[in-house]
Design a protein around this ligand. Sequence first.
Ligand code: GLC
Length: 436
Amino acid sequence: MYKFKREEYEKRITWFKEARFGLFIHWGLYAIPSRGEWLRSDERVKAEDYEHYMDDFTAERCDPREWVRLAKQAGMRYAVLTTKHHDGFCLFDSKLTDFTSMHAPAHRDIVREFTDACREEGLKVGLYYSLLDWHHPDYPHQDDMLHPMRGNADYPDDGRDWNRYLEYMHGQIKELMTNYGKIDLLFLDYSYGEMKGEKWKAQELVTMIRTLQPGILINNRLEVGGVGYGSLVTRKPLPWHGDYVTPEQIIPPNGIQDEDGRPVLWESCVTINRHWGHCEKDPFSKSSKTLVRKLVECVSKGGNMILNIGPDAYGGVTKVQREVLEGIGRWMAANSKSIYGCGNAFIPKPEYGRYTKNGSRYYFHVLETPVGAVPITGIDRKKIKDVRLLSTGTVVPIVSHFTYSDYPDVTFADLGPMAELPDDIDTVLEIRTTEE
Ligand code: GLC
């Protein structure tokens, strides 16, 4: 049986802390009605009024290689695809059900294509799997908190065999851990009410997963949902602890620490608009500028960010989502050194932006145009060797103009006679120090 060992844990999270930035892909039947992946629960849709979309699931514009290339160009180092969401429809060739993309007109194993594409493009492979299943007859209906048929007397729970459901759920996860090569990350989703921990037979499940995929990262949602940290922050993490915490649609204001004040690994999961699954009526997309700044904020607080796309009914990436990823990629192409392998600088946040740090190098993300030279605060002036504009590598002179002499604790870096910052998304100064 698996048990938490800190040394092993610290080793297996190394790539994730280095990567800092990933792509989430939510795709399934829900993209056809295009009202988000919670459609069935939100609108109490009966199975027979939803599952017929399977007949239209052609995946005719679905190209997982394109999804992965867009991620790579955006500077993302890992990608996570929904293999089965709460609706129970599988994007992989499961032998435990016919409710899959192999039995739809698409007749494709999308998960296979996705995992192959990740490896060919050099991205780490992540799979999302929903612990909930609104399609499976043995999953609680009437008495469940979330099921589309909750409270509906026409869907009593008599005769539903919970252990038979667990056999199915564990069996599908075993298929995913066995048939698709090395899996680097498993995003399970999610625990709620009494549905947590050993209700999922979590100890047995995690032992199976970690036996089949040594070194895999598992998130914290066998214990919690998008809220709550789980036992990773305690002195004795449970066997089914998450390897990282998963704040959802929020960036923890002060990062996340354990009971002893040590930083804990976390990843904010964020959507471009307000939905995970495709939603035609949701035009409220964040800009590349905003999302770059949110990524910087996550890293400055010691966390990762995974950004979601929801492909359309045919599996195509929408114009808006493509443009957002391309905009992020342009910034990352010039500034990714201030993201990869970086973390919290543990000095006070500078007034004009944020710091990230990697070893002896601080990265000052200047988000607001100063009057005159850029004031570098919180770093001992005697330790600063020099300052570079990260995007070009050019040295930015440190100035001691008489007007600055009243502020001896502050180092002033002069970007020259600019009226505005060179990059209005985020102008990054690399501050090289003598720190070890
Ligand atoms: C929440 C949503 C689910 C989504 C997940 C992503 O659990 O309910 O639809 O897949 O967040 O983190």
